[in-house]
Design a protein around this ligand. Structure first.
Ligand code: ASP
Length: 326
């Protein structure tokens, strides 16, 4: 049993080169050093080359992933399935928990302890903050968080980082603006935390009721990174190297009238993009529901579908690494 994945879990494989991934849980970006990030992005590069060259391999043949989703997902869930299958492994997909014993009242620890009898690694998406850490305490096999409520989404942050680097060829020295629902958006929470490891200036762009939580803003500032805030995209559009746009998280609002008041607060249009740098990346974790106009899609700086593709390579890299096969 491990808390934040500090001890190696029992996966029945001999250790290979990166000790900080083998047998470990992936539950928060806090656990990664800069070296870990270099390591995992290098493996992702190898996975990209492999997929382009031959499509698939049998590296994880005989290994099974349990893909346990208590919240809706398109990209995260299908990219983990595709990643496992391209590596030659197989998947137990549990996406409609209403059809599983969860609907009979089974607890998360019991569900986890059951699935690890069948699988070598468990991917978990859950509506409660900290659920992955709870699961990791009970599991002897690695738990990979696929997002816990408004908490974190560590694998999304890894693919976001990988995308920024792939698009711009650098991380240090950049100005990253995060736009939208910074209060509830777990992808922003993980990305802002992860970017603390780099010499990056961050601007948080949100209306008052969707501002980044104070504690997180303080974490970024405590790491010595310059932080600014504004309500207007116009204030950052000409200077940002990355504009990371997010959806207003309707499912987190208790009062839907508040959601209605802010749901169309931002829209990135071709007119706005005309004022952006010629070399920059427009990103979005998706799904988008109006924050980026479809007419922007053909702009070479629109990186969100390349971001989706990168998710496959990062998740292939993570699965291979936690199972000691990277
Ligand atoms: N797909 C991302 C997530 O699961 C972003 C979103 O849903 O807005 O957090």
């Amino acid at each position: 049993m491990t808390g934040n994945g500090n001890a190696r879990k029992v996966v029945g494989l001999s250790p290979t080169r990166n000790q900080s991934f083998f047998g470990r849980d992936i539950v928060s970006v806090r656990q990664f050093s800069r070296d870990d990030l270099i390591y995992i992005t290098q493996i992702a590069d190898e996975m990209r080359a492999l997929v382009h060259r031959v499509g698939a391999t049998d590296l994880l043949k005989g290994h099974i992933l349990a893909n346990l989703f208590y919240e809706p997902s398109t990209r995260t869930s299908s990219s983990f399935i595709a990643a496992m299958q391209r590596l030659g492994g197989s998947v137990i997909p549990i996406h409609g928990v209403q059809y599983s014993s969860v609907s009979k009242g089974e607890s998360l620890p019991d569900t986890i302890r059951t699935l690890e009898c069948y699988a070598d690694v468990i991917v978990l998406r859950h509506p409660e903050v900290g659920a992955s850490e709870v699961a990791a305490r009970y599991a002897t096999k690695p738990i990979i968080s696929a997002g816990d409520g408004v908490g974190e989404h560590p694998t999304q942050a890894l693919l976001d980082l990988y995308t920024i680097y792939s698009e711009l060829g650098a991380l240090d020295g950049l100005h990253v603006a995060m736009v939208g629902d910074l209060k509830n958006g777990r992808t922003v929470h993980s990305l802002a935390r992860l970017l603390r490891s780099y010499d990056i200036r961050m601007t948080f762009v949100a209306p008052e009721i969707l501002r980044l939580p104070d504690a997180l803003r303080q974490e970024v500032a405590d790491a010595g990174r310059p932080v600014a805030e504004t309500e207007r995209v116009e204030d950052v559009i000409a200077d940002a190297d990355v504009i990371y746009v997010t959806r207003v998280q309707k499912e987190r609002f208790e009062d839907l009238r508040e959601y209605e008041a802010v749901k169309t607060y931002y829209e990135i249009t071709p007119e706005l993009m005309a004022r952006a740098k010629s070399k920059m990346a427009l990103m979005h974790p998706l799904p988008r529901v109006g924050e980026i106009h479809y007419d922007v899609d053909d702009d070479p700086r629109a990186a969100y579908f390349r971001q989706v593709e990168n998710g496959l390579y990062i998740r292939m890299a993570l699965l291979a690494a936690v199972l000691g096969k990277a």
